[in-house]
Design a protein around this ligand. Structure first.
Ligand SMILES: Nc1ncnc2c1ncn2[C@@H]1O[C@H](COP(=O)(O)OP(=O)(O)OP(=O)(O)O)[C@@H](O)[C@H]1O
Length: 310
């Protein structure tokens, strides 16, 4: 079992007022537009956002692949490039970096030789679920298997922080599930994991925290459940007997916290920010079979990213 960084040390990732502008002949693009973010050691954080939101640019800056136009970034208290050089952070990026004629084991051995110290080659291959494919040429590996190989390479320096940019792009459902199983084990050993994804369900089932990005800005940041609730409110469903239904509906309409009422046969569905207040009101009004749920992450995503265009 690896030793996680000591508690009370600097955060795994810290961004202060980070801006990244790309200039081209046709003008300039603010890919990242003033991001403040702190990620603690051992957190599993999803960067979720539509195409062009600025996710890759932000991750590239955390990895020291590009520098901010303004603002500062530190990784475990160090400048990103120093943290990468010290093996404290590594990445699984979307593309590139593999030589097609080498086998899986040869690739891991070659990259291991570039580190002064590295994790065991066999152990890394096993953790990435590649033991049976160790002798296979990279050119014969599927897209998902190549992603696993990139993941094995990322584990070589035994990093405290793993950055994954859409790591399961191109994988089928089974490969994706297997990949996240492996990542769960890595997270359980105390690594911080930050990943970018378009898949809401991936963020939902794997991340403890979602940082929703749109138009280069953070539009929401919190526990998955909290974001869902903040963006969509709670859904309250209740049954009213026909005799008191009309009266109940008009009383509920008068409540400030209720922002939508949809009658549906015997049931009434309400959307509200303060579901406790609504629950008390509907029970006072003789409602039965009360059900309180939060909206879907899909709804939250749409609500939060709408209008946040560059
Ligand atoms: N090197 C570059 N030169 C010019 N513009 C760039 C460059 N890299 C990114 N951009 C622009 O910056 C914005 C953010 O891009 P980025 O790749 O960070 O978004 P993303 O959220 O990762 O998107 P996707 O989900 O499609 O990968 C986009 O408008 C993109 O066109």
């Amino acid at each position: 079992m690896r030793t996680p960084p000591p508690a009370g040390g600097p955060p795994a990732v810290q961004l202060d007022q980070v801006v990244k502008e790309f200039r081209s002949a046709t003008g300039s693009v603010r890919a990242v537009d003033g991001i403040d973010l702190t990620i603690g050691s051992g957190e599993i954080v999803a960067f979720l956002g539509p195409n062009g939101a600025g996710k890759t640019t932000a991750l590239d800056m955390i990895l020291g692949l590009t520098t901010p136009t303004s603002g500062t970034i530190s990784v475990h208290g160090q400048a990103p490039r120093r943290a990468v050089a010290a093996g404290r952070v590594s990445a699984v990026l979307q593309t590139g970096g593999l030589l097609r004629d080498l086998t899986v084991a040869e690739t891991v051995t070659l990259i291991a030789s570039t580190y002064a110290e590295h994790a065991g080659i066999g152990a890394v291959i096993e953790r990435a679920g590649l033991t049976e494919l160790a002798g296979r040429k990279v050119s014969k590996c599927s897209g998902g298997e190549q992603q696993r190989l990139r993941f094995a390479l990322a584990l070589l320096p035994d990093p405290d922080l793993l950055i994954l940019d859409e790591p399961t792009a191109g994988m089928d459902v089974t490969a994706r599930r297997d990949f996240w199983e492996t990542m769960r084990a890595e997270a359980a050993s105390g690594r911080t994991i930050v990943f970018a994804t378009h898949y809401l369900e991936e963020a939902d089932s794997f991340a403890q925290r979602i940082v929703m990005v749109a138009g280069g800005r953070i539009v929401a940041d919190g526990a998955t459940e909290e974001i869902r609730t903040r963006a969509t409110g709670r859904r309250v469903s209740v049954t009213f007997a026909p005799g008191n239904r009309a009266e109940a509906l008009s009383r509920l309409e008068a409540l400030d916290t209720v922002h939508a009422i949809t009658p549906d046969g015997d049931r009434v569905h309400l959307r509200a920010l303060d579901s406790d207040a609504v629950a008390r009101a509907v029970l006072d009004l003789g409602g039965t079979d009360l059900l309180v749920t939060s909206g879907s992450l899909d709804d939250a995503f749409t609500t939060l990213t709408q209008g946040a265009t560059r």
